[in-house]
Design a protein around this ligand. Structure first.
Ligand SMILES: Cc1cc2nc3c(=O)[nH]c(=O)nc-3n(C[C@H](O)[C@H](O)[C@H](O)COP(=O)(O)OP(=O)(O)OC[C@H]3O[C@@H](n4cnc5c(N)ncnc54)[C@H](O)[C@@H]3O)c2cc1C
Length: 489
């Protein structure tokens, strides 16, 4: 009899797992609480403008390609992507503007010209993070850190032997302040802590490796924007026979004699040989597995930051802006003190403006631009969000208007907003955290939930709140790890 698999949720991790299970020949049923697929990688359309709900930067495209090739499909028949250059434009409060070019030498030269930081320091840093990535990927990314066999090979033993080199004992800011003289360059590289919702003044310097794909392998733009990722994966899954039920919230995982036996949806039991949860791990325990002992250290580990996003339709074009634009705060340490300790937002936050129209003209009407304007905010801790949003909107508009020399507010012709509470409501992410647990601790990699259950047979977990972590490529990897963990039959 064909085995059947139920996947709870159709975020990036859920879609990738459903595809991999269908390729194995299993019957796969996905239950999704929302009316459509994608989770955080869904789309927003309003007043003739298009935005991605969440992710904007596409890295490690080979992981997506691998999924399609595995199923005998040509990626180009489903989606297309382009390498971006420059990767990002940086605006500093002192008037410095610099472009992070895709070629390391050109980028290093640009930094030297604009800040005086010797180009060799940049190149040395980029080489160092490549070495750290090559050393650690086989343990921390591509395999389950929770299985002993991960450590029983030459690459893993080499990585453990050289653990001092990867920098778990220093924080990112300390390491960057050692590598660079210019505070603007330190700030630029500290920024990568935010890619997994962490704080550069606490997160281990190993996380400087997050900049590696962008500078050493390339940042990409997926034509159609990041929602195209979910669209193409949903298309492939459907072709492989995966069944999707939307508006179908799973209420409980049914257990029998220590095994997952199915899921309850709208009062009906759907039996399954294997259950995979793409729901945030904290809520999987709290809402779907009541009565099962929670892994306390993992559940209680501090959560990552969240985001406040203004999806603005702007009735003008700005040639000085590119696809990715960062407007830095004057005091980064203060910004993170607010985020981490005060659980609030300072008056001068770093502002990220992503404009997919720069690569995809149909994402905004002629003469207009679609601004995805984001600041980091703490996860929900009961703050007065109305007050925070009102204040932040004012501060962001003041900052952007000053930097661009134009009053931005009158140019806004369309607006919608997401913040921790709506992110939680729309994706079931605990406290609206974008990446599950924060990585502000040197043991964080081990404090993410494994991709399997230690207590319940046939139960697996994928997506950004479990190993190897949040972010689109890591969600794709979580599905790959589950595929490798499943017994071959
Ligand atoms: C604002 C923002 C910016 C980001 N920027 C980037 C970026 O630039 N690059 C990057 O790589 N990553 C980025 N990310 C992170 C990235 O979007 C996520 O890591 C990834 O999309 C999460 O996928 P996931 O598999 O964890 O599922 P999620 O997207 O969390 O989706 C989970 C799905 O499960 C469904 N679900 C939950 N519970 C149930 C239930 N009980 N029954 C049925 N369905 C259920 C939900 O409705 C949802 O559709 C960003 C995220 C946000 C929000």
């Amino acid at each position: 009899m064909t085995k059947n698999v139920v996947v709870i949720g159709s975020g990036v991790g859920g879609l990738a797992t459903a595809i991999r299970m269908a390729r194995r020949g299993y019957e796969v049923q996905v239950f999704e609480a929302n009316p459509s697929f994608g989770g955080k990688a869904t789309k927003i359309e309003q007043d003739g403008f298009f935005w991605g709900f969440g992710p904007s930067l596409f890295t490690f495209p080979e992981l997506l390609d691998e999924l399609f090739l595995l199923c005998g499909r040509q990626p180009k028949d489903y989606y297309k992507y382009h390498r971006i250059d420059p990767i990002c434009n940086y605006f500093y409060p002192d008037g410095t503007r610099l472009s992070a070019y895709a070629q390391p030498e050109k980028f290093a030269k640009e930094v030297e010209e604009k800040t005086g930081e010797p180009a060799r320091n940049i190149l040395h840093h980029l080489q160092h993070i490549k070495k750290v990535y090559d050393l650690t990927k086989s343990i921390f990314l591509f395999k389950s850190v929770h299985k002993i066999k991960t450590y029983l090979n030459f690459d893993a033993l080499k990585a453990l032997f050289k653990i001092g080199m990867v920098g778990i004992d220093k924080n990112m800011n300390k390491a960057n302040a050692t590598d660079f003289k210019d505070p603007r360059v330190v700030q630029l590289f500290n920024r990568y802590a935010t890619y997994n919702g962490s704080d550069p003044y606490l997160a281990p310097s190993t996380l400087n490796v997050i900049a590696h794909p962008e500078y050493n392998e390339g940042g990409y733009f997926l034509d159609g924007g990041m929602p195209d990722l979910s669209r193409s994966m949903h298309q492939l899954a459907t072709e492989l026979g995966v069944k999707f039920s939307f508006n179908s919230k799973v209420e409980k995982i049914e257990l029998e004699k220590g095994k997952a036996k199915g899921v309850w949806v709208n009062g009906n039991l759907h039996e399954a040989n294997v259950v995979v949860s793409n729901m945030d791990i904290v809520y999987t325990y709290k809402k779907l597995l009541s009565g099962v002992k929670e892994p306390k250290r993992i559940i209680e580990h501090p959560k990552s930051t969240s985001a406040l996003i203004f999806y603005w339709g702007i009735n003008r074009e700005f040639p000085e802006l590119d696809l990715h634009n960062i407007f830095f705060s004057a005091d980064y340490a203060k910004e993170f003190d607010y985020l981490t300790n005060k659980k609030s937002v300072c008056e001068d936050p770093t502002v990220y403006v992503f404009i997919s129209k720069k690569y995809q003209p149909q994402h905004a009407p002629v003469g207009a631009e679609n601004w995805f304007t984001l600041i980091n905010v703490p996860h929900d801790a009961g703050q007065n969000w109305d007050a925070i949003i009102t204040e932040a909107r004012k501060n962001i508009l003041r900052k952007l208007s000053k930097e661009l020399g134009v009053d931005i507010e009158p140019l806004i012709v369309s607006e919608s907003i997401n913040y921790p509470k709506t992110i939680e409501a729309k994706t079931q992410s605990y406290l609206g955290a974008l990446y599950g647990s924060s990585s502000n601790d040197k043991y964080s990699a081990f404090l993410r939930h494994p991709n399997f259950s230690n207590q319940i047979e046939n139960l697996y977990f994928c997506g950004g709140s479990v190993h190897p972590g949040g972010g689109v490529p890591l969600c794709l990897l979580s599905a790959k790890i589950i595929d490798e963990l499943m017994p071959n039959e």
